[in-house]
Design a protein around this ligand. Sequence first.
Ligand SMILES: Nc1nc2c(ncn2[C@@H]2O[C@H](COP(=O)(O)OP(=O)(O)OP(=O)(O)O)[C@@H](O)[C@H]2O)c(=O)[nH]1
Length: 697
Amino acid sequence: MICISHVAKLGIIKRFVHLTKNKYLHKKHVLKVVPNSILPYNSICGIHSCPILLKRRKTAEERKLPKVYEISPKSKGDLVNVWRNITVAELAGVLQKDVNYVRDLFLGKIQGKHTPIEDIKELHNAIRRSGRRMQIIGKPVETNEKIEENDVFPRPPPSKSELQPRPPIITVMGHVDHGKTTLLDSLRNSRVVDQEFGGITQHVGAFSVKLDSGAEITFLDTPGHAAFSAMRARGANVTDIIVLVVAADDGVMEQTVECINMAKSARVPILVAINKIDSPKANIENAEQMLLQNGIQVERLGGDVQAIHISALKKINLDQLTEALALQAELLEIGSDPTGFVEAVVVDSRIDPHRGRLCTVVVQRGTLRKGNILIADTVMAKVRLMRDAQGQLLTEVKPGYAAEIEGWRELPSAGELVLQVESEKQAKAVIKCREGKKELEMQEAEKFAIDAKTQHHQMLYKEKLELKRRIGRFKLRNQGPRAPESMPEDDMPTLHLILKSDVVGTLEAILETLSTYNYPECRMDIVSYGVGAVIENDNILNTNRFHISAIIYTFNVSCPPILQQKAEAQSVQIKHHNVIYKLVDTIKQDMNSILPPKQVEDVLGEAQVLQQFLVNEGRKSVPIAGCRCQKGVLKKSSLYRSLSSMRHLKNEVDVIKSGTDCGLQFIDKSIMFEVGDVIRCYEHKMEPHIVEWDPGF
Ligand SMILES: Nc1nc2c(ncn2[C@@H]2O[C@H](COP(=O)(O)OP(=O)(O)OP(=O)(O)O)[C@@H](O)[C@H]2O)c(=O)[nH]1
């Protein structure tokens, strides 16, 4: 035992502390040095008074390991309510601890925040580790109202008096290579197109252009298609006008038509830019005619869609295009309310290696400023910096303008609606509530999927049921005669039968037994079945309705004598039973009696090949099997019917008996023999056909 009284050499103490695994090392601690440990005894001796408290630090490995909570064998802690498939986040709520604490309780076996804990035993152990007890209850339903309470929504539309003019937001769309990027590039006066990999638009964002008139226009500098679809998919219609770029040398192409349809379904006005007019192959009339064929009638052809003929590359008529856009925007009376909480739409988001998460938004309402707390779906941002497309820092962003925002905790997706909230606390509450909503939606979707599956199963079940009914497998009190036309017209031997039983239960049991019948060579046709004595109708069925002769099988029911006589007169058989297996036997016999006899092979004898001889016949050598008859007899007339010669020694014989050697030659001379082959002699014979049916008893 050594008493530590002074910490002079921290390094030594650290090593010592590491050895002891004590949480704190204090001068009052009495420590034991294990012989042969890495700490030499002398290094501790001579240490004097120690006024400090040392906290043992975790090693890197220990830091990685989840905290271990012991399971208390007889936990008498608080009782907590949990439910099956409770998630880690939900359990954290129940235990009023954070998610990491809960993860530790599971010893790192469960990681995801929203992972449901399926293993009840694991859950039980984890709760015991927390010193509580658990009881399983049904999952508490969080009502929609409760969830809605914390969510935020866009404000109601502003009144006309609150509206102030704002730049129109333009999306440029068109077929691949028709010049969208070049147009945006020329409008912005930068060379985006040159920097693109393979010439395909990858740059994403939005920028505003100031016209000579002082008016401004904001262009969504994105592959119009993708941005537009993403925004539409999330219900955000950011675009005021679509510029449809059509290359004059190519005309309307597949994607041009798609864009027209998109614009129409979103009810966004179109302005056509017939591009590449500088190209020698340019055919403006043709392009306009093609547009007409696709429902876009330009002004020159008597319609109301403006078409500006431009060259994006040579910057021809670009002013005309922007002026036309400004004019159209004026006609549309585009305006917005720049006051109050910000409402915006995410145009794009990306991660910059130096600046972190960035997201370009177009402000639709309110004025965006540094420090604003924003929320997009379940992602929040505290606006740290705002820049325009040229990278200039902005102090505020008014409606109709775009800005790239820094300060996002995670990346929001394009098309998400961005809303300003009062504080980070409110943002967190909104996120929680939206996550709750999503979970509910997921549960709904799951429920929907389960319901759909159940319905599908029920449908299958009903179909099977119907099938069973048709083959007479299912219980029905009285199943009327089936339609005569439901019987296939073929020559297959068929036993037509009518069943009469005393009670439904027995009838059901008989039908169930009959349903096991599946011998393919004789059909069982249950014409009708029912409960009760044989009635006139059962009998008449045979002659009048079906022109078939069905046998009436009764089970524990009688047949009035008069009907019996009538049946006999009409050669209708009525067979009475009171034991099911006997009834089944009778049915089998009746089936056997209608089946024609079948041909079977009757093995007469077997011979084993001992040697193969090759005998010359004329110029050919033919094989002969030198055999010994081992079973029965070999008959020349029956053996394979292809035997050309059967000899004992040198004599041609007709029969070889068991134990006798012989030489066999087949008509088919290509048959070669090997020692050990078995040659079987058989005859065909006719046998009564016996139905194979195992009803299970
Ligand atoms: N002659 C001529 N060529 C043009 C004009 N505008 C674009 N181009 C050329 O057409 C090609 C395609 O132009 P882009 O601007 O990349 O076309 P895009 O529609 O953006 O293509 P994607 O990004 O692939 O959808 C490039 O080689 C441009 O130089 C024009 O006005 N005249």
